[in-house]
Ligand binder design. Structure first.
Ligand SMILES: [Zn+2]
Length: 121
């Protein structure tokens, strides 16, 4: 069982990560919407520009996904459900929570989920 102090610490870590991601995503979105100068660039330049844009959008999406998970984890801490696996209701290993502060599944369920995702692909 994770102690109250450790959970408080996890909450702080999540809050710091959340603030960092919010700022980063905001910057990335701003950089993408920056107007590309079509008149001066040749076709190759434009292709590179749009590739970079796509890449930035993909990163921003992944970060948004992480941000959502972080917010859910913070909510779980506030509700006192932080250590409970969403799938089977077992306690999540504190070491696992330390490694991945926003995980919602215990190790067994996560492995099962990954196996299923692998089979589906
Ligand atoms: Zn589980």
């Amino acid at each position: 069982m994770t102690s109250k102090n450790n959970i408080k610490k996890q909450h702080r870590i999540l809050a710091i990560r959340r603030n960092y991601l919010i700022k980063k995503i905001k910057r990335e979105i701003e950089s993408v919407s920056y107007p590309v100068n079509i008149q001066t660039g040749d076709i190759a330049d434009n292709a590179i520009n749009s590739m970079n844009e796509d890449f930035t959008i993909i990163i921003a999406r992944e970060e948004e996904n992480e941000l959502r998970q972080i917010e859910e984890a913070m909510q779980k801490i506030e509700n006192g459900h932080y250590e409970i696996c969403e799938n089977c209701g077992a306690n999540i290993d504190p070491k696992r929570l330390k490694a991945i502060p926003y995980t919602t599944l215990c190790k067994g369920c996560k492995e099962l989920e990954e196996k299923e995702a692998f089979l589906l692909n």
